[in-house]
Structure formats: C-alpha cells, structure tokens
Design a protein around this ligand. Structure first.
Ligand code: GLN
Length: 306
C-alpha cells in the first residue's frame, strides 16, 4: 500500500514546525518529549496504517469528550441530555468558566464544563462504577482494553481547581446531581486514559462507521447518536479555533492538550495525529499542519463537491 509512505512524507514535511509549547498547567504533561510525532489512519473497512512514534502512549485528554458524550446520550437520550448540555459553539477557550445565564447549562459538551456534565450523566450507582463504564466504553471504541495513565491522573487531580470550580458551580445550578468532587475526579480520570494514535484512529473510525467498530464489528453507539456527536464535534470540537478548522480541514474533529487530534470523515476514515506542542488555543500546532495536508491531499473537506 502507498498509504504508509504517504503518511511518512506528511510527517517529514511538518517536521520543521516547532511552534507552540507543551501544556504545562498539568505538571506531568510538561515532561512530554515535544519532538515525538505520529499519524494513524483507520478505514471503516478496518484497515489501519500507522507511522512515526505510533507505539507512544499519551493521555487522551479532551479527545475523551465526544466518547463520554456518546455514552451519556445512549444512557439518557438526546432530549434529556439536551436539558443539561447545549450544542452551541462557545467561541471560547476549553476551560472557560461560561455557563448559560439563568440555567447554568454549559454551552456544549466539548468544553470542560459540558464534558464534566456529560460525565455526570453516565448512568452508575457509584463513582467507581461510572469510571469503569467509561473505560469499558472507550475500550469498545478502540477495540482493545485501555488503561489509565495514573501519573497524569494524579498530576491533574492535584492542580484541577478550575474544573472543581466548574463542578461546584454546576452542582449549585442543578446541572450535576451527584457529588461534584466525585464527578470532576471521574472527568479527570477519563482524560487520563492512555492511548496511541492507532487506538484513536480506530475510535474515530468507529464514529465514521456510524458507531460500529470496524475491526471487532461491535456496535458501540447507535447511528443517530453518532450523527449527533459528529455534528457537535464539527461546530465545537476545536474550541475557539473551530471556524478556522472547519474552513481549512473541514471535518469533525477533537483535540486534546497532550497533543492529539482526531478527525472523522463519515463513511470513510478516522485519522489521528500526535505532536505535543500546542498553539494558543490548546490544539496541537504541528498536528493541525498534518491534518491540513491530509485533508487537502485526500480531498476530505466535507464542503467539497466530489
Ligand atoms: N483534562 C484537561 C482539562 O480539563 C483536558 C483539556 C483539553 O484536553 N483541552 O483541562
């Protein structure tokens, strides 16, 4: 297949881009090697192509958000979730302390406030059971048993005051029913799931495949909820850079502060890139360059008539 050679060429062509900085508000992430880089592409038929540092595990961070949101939708239904979490782009940073005036409803599930609320909507009798269900659900998307990067979890837990603040605020508004400290700890845990670009490409390919994991054949989420998740990723997945991303790359996507980005071309492929240096929006700087090239070369932009 010519695909690995092509992906290697994309990796090489972006190598001189050393702009941005690794995230340092989570101390453990500041220790990342900024020069690792990897790309994986998974088709809805189940072919997977990986290049670069594809064995390197890193924390999923905000790329977890669409998957937990999907589980909340499956557990509660789109309408009930919509009463607690909106679907409007916020045009703000991922950690913005912004809740709808009056209701306290987060604008969307891709910013931290909405993601914390989505985590709380996963059905469970205890915080531990919720953590277990979330991890099992991500594992079903990836097609293998995933684990937690405990050092990342502990590091963010000891510095996660802003997210705790959001949790308490939403509890006061009745958006979150459970103990906000448990919920925020669970959210931080979901952000600490360790993945490779291969895992992420398969998770994205499951969304591309209407919710059926391409390799295991397992239906992880129904087609209607998948469509809903992809729509929200399109308008909100890249935070206050969502418009820039939509015009240049043109596919539903989600970034994480460890340096990963996933992109989904419905009916076709899931793509994942990894490079830890972030731009001012908290999105991988070199990862965006890689995605721009792949989208252009493969004609992935959704608004392009083919
Ligand atoms: N765990 C991180 C946080 O809540 C996730 C942020 C991100 O990846 N953008 O700050």
């Amino acid at each position: 297949s010519p695909i690995p050679d092509y992906l290697t060429e994309v990796l090489d062509s972006t190598r001189e881009d050393a702009s941005g900085n690794v995230a340092d508000y989570i101390p453990e992430l500041a220790r990342a090697n900024p020069d690792v880089a990897a790309i994986a592409l998974a088709t809805v038929e189940g072919s997977v192509y990986c290049v670069g540092d594809a064995e390197q595990e890193f924390s999923i961070q905000s790329m977890s958000k669409p998957f937990t949101y999907a589980l909340a939708l499956a557990d509660r239904g789109i309408e009930a979730v919509g009463e607690r979490i909106g679907v409007e782009p916020s045009g703000e940073a991922f950690n913005e302390i912004s809740l709808e005036a009056g209701t306290g409803r987060p604008l969307n599930p891709m910013i931290n406030a909405g993601a914390i609320a989505a985590h709380s909507l996963v059905r469970a009798d205890s915080a531990a059971e919720r953590d277990r269900r979330v991890l099992e659900h991500y594992s079903a998307f990836a097609g293998r048993e995933l684990g937690i990067a405990e050092e990342v979890f502990e590091s963010e837990q000891s510095t996660g005051h802003r997210n705790l603040g959001l949790g308490h605020l939403m509890k006061s508004f009745g958006i979150i029913d459970d103990d906000p400290v448990d919920v925020v700890n669970g959210y931080i845990r979901q952000c600490s799931v360790a993945v490779t670009v291969r895992d992420l490409a398969l998770m994205a390919a499951t969304l591309a495949n209407s919710g059926v994991q391409p390799v295991t054949g397992q239906r992880v989420v129904d087609a209607y909820a998948t469509r809903h998740v992809l729509s929200v990723m399109t308008s909100c997945g890249m935070y206050d850079a969502a418009g820039d991303w939509l015009t240049t790359v043109g596919i539903p996507a989600k970034s994480g502060v460890a340096g990963g980005i996933i992109g989904v071309l419905p009916g076709q492929v899931g793509v994942a890139v990894f490079s830890p240096r972030l731009d001012a929006h908290g999105n991988s700087a070199r990862g965006i360059r890689m995605m721009e090239r792949i989208s252009r070369d493969l004609g992935m932009h959704l608004m392009e008539a083919t």
